[in-house]
Write a protein that binds this ligand. Structure first.
Ligand code: MTE
Length: 296
């Protein structure tokens, strides 16, 4: 994983905008490097360049808008992400409904450069902005029964054309085991490339779980629910033999219809080998003793 300060990003990779105009834009000084916060960073990974914003924000999986990766940028352009509230409920002491701006102020935002590997075989490297999901979870004070966290995406068929189709069961739901959600790498994300998240990338709030296939990283979250039951995630519901609950990036477990051994980095021609846990070896201990072929 490569982590660098916002000031190190080549200017070609940053969209020039007036950062003072919108409270959701980030003052350069408020983003700190996540290096200190994230354990187990390995230098080997520092060589990987980030993709450029233009590419990342014009090639999206966002089925609420379209199944065509080139369309969410256009179709989500006028989607309203303000006002936006997030409900925190279930097995938790502090059940509450929070404005997204309050959520964003719960901890200091950091820039985290993560590999992001889609189950379909492409990957990108993105400088996200956010803080560890654990910061929010700690503040919510989960009860001992809370062994899983479920994330629900907004349901708004009037403004999300994909939700007027039956391509998936809406709203989009994802889930993590509590120890996964508490891992410092799991990111509560509200920006990228030093800016507010583009709508097509999940504004105003998403999660990013870099050691799992991209579909675990739910966009446009409106509910964070603490539970003692393993959530039924949308893709698992849609095709249980193809998409599991865990969905850890694993080159040794193929998708029933294609190999997962390699991936194509957006903008590159040759495929590269996919790494176990997407290269984030520091999460391996979360799964010790588990059969990852069965728990795919
Ligand atoms: N979240 C919602 N709500 N809807 C989606 O269709 N697609 C997932 C994930 N989160 C999806 C979602 C998939 S399959 C991937 S690969 C990533 O978002 C893509 O994130 P990106 O467009 O920011 O690269």
């Amino acid at each position: 994983m490569l982590i660098k300060k916002a000031v190190d990003i080549p200017s070609s990779e940053i969209t020039p905008k007036n950062v003072y105009l919108n409270r959701r834009k980030f003052l350069a000084g408020t983003i700190i490097s996540g290096a200190a916060a994230v354990a187990g960073m390995s230098l080997r990974e520092l060589a990987e360049p980030t993709n450029v914003l233009k590419d990342v924000s014009n090639y999206n999986n966002y089925y609420e808008f379209s199944t065509d990766k080139y369309e969410p940028a256009k179709l989500a352009k006028d989607f309203k992400t303000q006002p936006w509230s997030v409900t925190i409920d279930g097995q938790v002491k502090k059940k509450q409904v929070l404005d997204v701006d309050t959520v964003m102020k719960m901890a200091t935002p950091e820039e985290r450069i993560y590999r992001h590997r889609c189950v379909e075989g492409w990957s990108i490297v993105v400088p996200w902005v956010g803080f560890s999901l654990s910061e929010l979870i700690k503040k919510a004070e989960p009860l001992p029964k809370a062994t899983f966290v479920e994330f629900t995406t907004v349901l708004d068929p009037n403004h999300m054309p994909g939700q007027r189709t039956g391509v998936l069961d809406w709203p989009y739901v994802e889930g993590l085991r509590m120890d996964e959600a508490m891992h410092p790498l799991a990111l509560l994300c509200f920006g990228m490339y030093g800016e507010t998240l583009p709508n097509q990338d999940g504004a105003p709030l998403r999660i990013v779980v870099p050691w799992k296939y991209g579909f675990k990283s739910a966009k446009a979250i409106v509910r964070i629910h603490f539970t003692d039951k393993q959530p039924v995630n949308t893709w698992n519901k849609s095709a249980p033999n193809e998409y599991g609950f865990y969905s850890n990036v694993n080159p040794n477990v193929d998708h029933p219809r294609w190999s997962q051994a390699k991936e194509r980095r957006l903008g590159e021609f040759f495929k590269r080998p996919t790494l176990m846990f997407n290269g984030y070896d520091q999460v391996a201990s979360l799964y010790s003793g588990m059969d990852l072929k069965k728990n795919f």
